[in-house]
Design a binder for this molecule. Structure first.
Ligand SMILES: [Zn+2]
Length: 238
């Protein structure tokens, strides 16, 4: 499921009563589509005059809706962020981001509520491929013997990727021989201008090193399958 603001707000109120004695002040909730986190509590640390300490203010609770996640994971994400909020709103200082205070509260809520909150949530293989495969495009970067480079966007189905790969390498259709094809899965909108088809038409690229593929996932072509090689720099974590 992908949570709505109302859903998160309802869970927040429920967990606030159940695990924090209703002590947490209401907090603005925002949905995020950013990469790199499932949830986040942001706030400002403001200095309180010359000889007094800092105060945490202007809290926002952000929950990521980029991926369709199972409901228990969303609930645990909300709880995880509520622990951060609990510590920060009380102006406590933990030993680290997920320090002793955080771990004590996490253990308590896991025990009392039979939850499975963790420090860092690594997505399962299916969640990862779902994260990538919902929106992305399959891009072939084709290297020719004469040094030129071209690209081609191919439909996402494995049979299409394999068929196009074999054809391009065997059909003598191009001015120069193809030496190598690198495959990528990317959601970068740059590639939306190229038609996705099975046609053996390759678009030559003048500056191949400037292609926005740094965050793309590699696709490894096998005999009869295509494997997604998840780019660790494009991984969702808390
Ligand atoms: Zn955290």
């Amino acid at each position: 499921m992908k949570p709505t603001i109302e859903y998160i707000q309802t869970r927040f109120d429920e967990y606030n009563e159940r695990f924090f004695g209703g002590s947490l002040p209401p907090v603005p909730v925002k949905l995020s589509h950013a990469k790199g986190f499932l949830g986040k509590v942001t706030y400002t640390r403001r200095k309180q005059g010359l000889f007094r300490g800092y105060r945490n203010e202007d809290f926002v609770l952000r929950i990521n809706v980029r991926i369709d996640l199972p409901e228990p994971i969303i609930e645990d994400t909300i709880l995880h962020e509520m622990i951060h909020y609990y510590i920060a709103v009380n102006q406590w200082t933990d030993t680290s981001t997920h320090g002793q205070l955080f771990r004590r509260e996490m253990a308590r809520i896991n025990r009392e509520g039979h939850r499975h909150i963790t420090i860092s949530h690594r997505l399962s293989a299916s969640e990862q491929s779902q994260a990538v495969l919902t929106k992305g495009r399959v891009v072939a970067v084709v290297h020719f013997a004469d040094g030129k480079t071209g690209i081609k966007v191919v439909p996402k189905q494995i049979k299409h990727i394999l068929a196009w790969h074999r054809q391009a390498l065997t059909v003598a259709k191009f001015n120069s021989e193809i030496t190598h094809i690198s495959w990528y899965y990317t959601d970068d909108e740059y590639f939306s201008k190229y038609p996705s088809s099975m046609a053996l038409r390759i678009y030559l690229i003048d500056t191949p090193h400037s292609l926005p593929l740094a965050n793309a996932h590699r696709l490894i072509i096998g005999e009869s399958n295509v494997r997604l090689d998840i780019n660790p720099d494009n991984n969702l974590r808390w």
